[in-house]
Design a protein around this ligand. Structure first.
Ligand code: AP5
Ligand code: MG
Length: 211
């Protein structure tokens, strides 16, 4: 977990070659928006305003994925759960599928850094991989590291006004989720404020090694 722009997607991207399965509710919802479906149009309105999509809808999406899971190494959940209701529903789902949570890692990045950072973000149109114009460029100019795509775009919810709304939404919900996982002994925090994603990656890997 972590505020919008704290680096969740970036950190997961750095671990994907190790066989984990990534489940990012933001990416899944954006795919639905891009499909142009009626549901996608409804989602776009909510997401572009910085509010959360309803728990019912997001939980349905997650349920579907868990019913078709194939990952021997493990799952990295990005942006879910985002409300206490989602956290409790996730516990039920995990129990049903006989899976345990190893750790809940929050990337702690101050809001001011986030607002600066998000203005430099661009994503691959084909696979959604995330880059930054100075801190995380593609290895080869104009070519996505992951899928070799050559088209990039910015996200519709990355304007300063919407980012501020997304930050407010996050801070409203986060404390109760953190408390919930602290009580279960699962909560860990890493520092996401360094301008170098590899520094945060090292902290995440240290946590995983100690599990
Ligand atoms: P979602 O897609 O999850 O967005 P978010 O939480 O707002 O987070 P971001 O994806 O914007 O940021 P990130 O933490 O992944 O940062 P990134 O690695 O890209 O959700 C979008 C919307 O979908 C929500 O607003 C909501 O409407 C809906 N939604 C999603 N899940 C939901 C749920 N469970 N329930 C209800 N609604 C839901 O990094 C940001 C930038 O910084 C990049 O350019 C990156 O290259 C750069 N960067 C990263 N780390 C560093 C670093 N250390 N130094 C310098 N630059 C860095
Ligand atoms: Mg993300």
């Amino acid at each position: 977990m972590g505020a919008p722009g704290s680096g969740k997607g970036t950190q997961i991207q750095m671990m994907l070659n190790e066989g984990y399965k990534q489940i990012s509710t933001g990416d899944i919802l954006r795919n639905e928006v891009n499909s142009g479906s009626d549901l996608g149009k409804h989602l776009k309105e909510i997401m572009d305003s910085g509010k959360l999509v309803s728990d019912d809808l997001v939980i349905k999406v997650i349920e579907n994925i868990f019913n078709n899971l194939e990952s021997k190494k493990g799952i990295l959940l990005d942006g879910f759960p985002r409300t206490i209701n989602q956290a409790k529903k996730l516990d039920e789902l995990l129990k049903k599928h006989n899976i345990n949570i190893d750790a809940v890692i929050e990337i702690n990045t101050p809001d001011k850094i986030i607002i600066d950072r998000i203005s430099g973000r661009f994503v691959c149109v084909n696979c959604g991989a995330t880059y930054h114009k100075t801190a995380k460029k593609t290895v080869e100019k104009g070519i996505c590291d992951l899928c070799k795509g050559t088209k990039f775009k910015t996200r519709a919810d990355d304007t300063e006004k919407v980012v501020k709304n997304r930050l407010n939404t996050y801070h409203k919900e986060a404390n109760s989720i953190i408390k919930y996982y602290k009580e279960k002994g699962l909560y860990k925090k890493v520092d996401g404020s360094s301008g170098i994603p590899e520094n945060t990656d090292k902290q995440v890997r240290d946590i995983l090694k100690r599990l």
